[in-house]
Design a protein around this ligand. Structure first.
Ligand SMILES: [Mn+2]
Length: 434
């Protein structure tokens, strides 16, 4: 399975799929990621652009892929010994041309000269406009120059179109991708379970982050697919808490939102568990409500259902519970209508998952909620959060934040939970802690 992904056949097929979407007179341009500066002359660890990797499997910066219906080429980092000594061996244009069966391949320096030629006599340019403004300017300028040659009877792109068909391809995962996602899920499981076992009162949040990162790296992952959230006690009420620099207190819960990225596919999992040995009564009570809402939502992840209908069902469930707890007042309908529940559940039920943690693909088609389809992977992540500063809440509720998140593959009427093996029942979590 893995071999078929590391050889180039899968990418050749994807390139051909893009070409099949293009009509005469249409051209597609895609840039690889560039190195990003962290500070002064220090760069962040390089991570290829997801779209570029999806189509090419090539992990080198600055390359450019150009496709039309019957033509394909790439501009590649040149094989220059002096540069390779400093920054690593490059694949080079000959290897890339052969591996991806491209019509042509060039060294990067040829780009300026070749681009006008390539755009010539294409009326439409498929390009992700707005991602890199430097590239946007460059392309607009060249389009303009080429269009100015109208007097010679030549023409250039007059339309720039977002190649959203590429994101629709990425939205539906292949069998190979599912297998690889399972691997990311397995590594993520090891990280989360390690925390459940090893977390003790007095540890710093960043110590847990370190254990996650270590587990991921030791298993060949790139690291986390996004910044690890390790939020002790009331910090869990900050949804994107990434400071991770406080002490974990006995009696508090800790919310951990973290997923390993391997082979350019990331998991996205949240577990909330006690810093000490056991949930308190109130914590367990709220936890069971979130867990029940999550299981209910997971059961709805079926082909033909609408993703946002699952959000609606979850809101209804949580509002009913909040009313029973006397946290909300009035009727279910009223509270859904006026959004009062957003004080306690303020985010959505989930998102697409894949190469990007908030993966690509449309949620609406022509303004209407779209159906879930086989091969989509979504997160299901309801939560309840009780503001530590809200004095209208019972004392023992304040500062509790609970979210439970799994990664679900749409497969007919039977949702497949890729992260099922990461404990979430109270009894299972507590038994890991004893
Ligand atoms: Mn998520």
């Amino acid at each position: 399975m893995k071999n078929s992904y590391t050889n180039y056949d899968v990418y050749k097929k994807r390139i051909a799929q893009v070409q099949a979407q293009l009509k005469d007179g249409e051209i597609f341009v895609l840039f690889a990621a560039e190195h990003q500066i962290r500070n002064r002359d220090v760069e962040y660890k390089f991570r290829q652009d997801s779209d570029f990797f999806y189509l090419t499997g090539i992990n080198e910066s600055n390359s450019i892929l150009v496709l039309s219906k019957k033509y394909s080429c790439m501009f590649c980092l040149p094989k220059v010994k002096e540069q390779e000594i400093w920054t690593g061996i490059r694949l080079g244009k000959d290897f890339i041309k052969k591996s991806l069966s491209l019509s042509e391949a060039f060294d990067l320096e040829e780009w300026d000269k070749k681009l006008p030629e390539l755009l010539l006599n294409h009326h439409s340019l498929y390009y992700f406009f707005g991602v890199n403004s430097k590239r946007d300017q460059e392309l607009l300028h060249v389009c303009q120059t080429v269009c100015n040659r109208a007097r010679d009877g030549k023409f250039g792109p007059e339309k720039i179109i977002q190649p959203s068909f590429l994101h629709e391809m990425r939205l539906i995962k292949s069998e190979i991708e599912i297998e690889l996602l399972k691997e990311s899920a397995e590594i993520t499981k090891q990280g989360h379970m390690r925390l459940m076992r090893e977390t003790k009162p007095g540890m710093m949040e960043y110590e847990l982050e370190a254990l996650l990162e270590e587990t991921y790296l030791r298993n060949g992952a790139w690291g986390g697919g996004y910044g690890h959230i390790v939020a002790g006690g009331k910090n869990a009420c900050v949804l994107h808490y990434v400071a991770n620099n406080e002490v974990l207190q006995n009696g508090d819960l800790v919310l951990v939102d973290s997923g390993a990225e391997k082979n350019y596919l990331t998991a996205d999992v949240t577990r909330t568990f006690p810093v000490g040995k056991k949930f308190t009564e109130v914590q367990a009570y709220i936890y069971e409500i979130v867990l029940a809402s999550q299981k209910n939502a997971i059961s709805m992840v079926q082909q033909g259902k609408k993703f946002y209908d699952i959000q609606d069902a979850t809101v209804r469930f949580l509002v009913t519970c909040l009313l029973e707890m006397n946290i909300l007042e009035g009727s279910v309908e009223e509270n859904i209508e006026n959004g009062s529940y957003k004080r306690f559940y303020m985010h959505k039920i989930g998102h697409y998952l894949g190469m990007d943690v908030h993966d690509v693909g449309k949620y609406f088609i022509e303004g209407k909620r779209r159906n879930l389809e086989n091969g989509m992977v979504v997160t299901i992540e309801p939560g309840l959060y009780f503001d530590p500063e809200d004095e209208s809440l019972p004392d023992d509720f304040r500062g509790i934040g609970i979210r439970i998140e799994d990664n679900i593959l749409v497969s007919g009427k039977k949702p497949i939970n890729l992260t099922q093996a990461i404990p979430k029942e109270i009894i299972d979590i507590e038994s890991l802690k004893s």
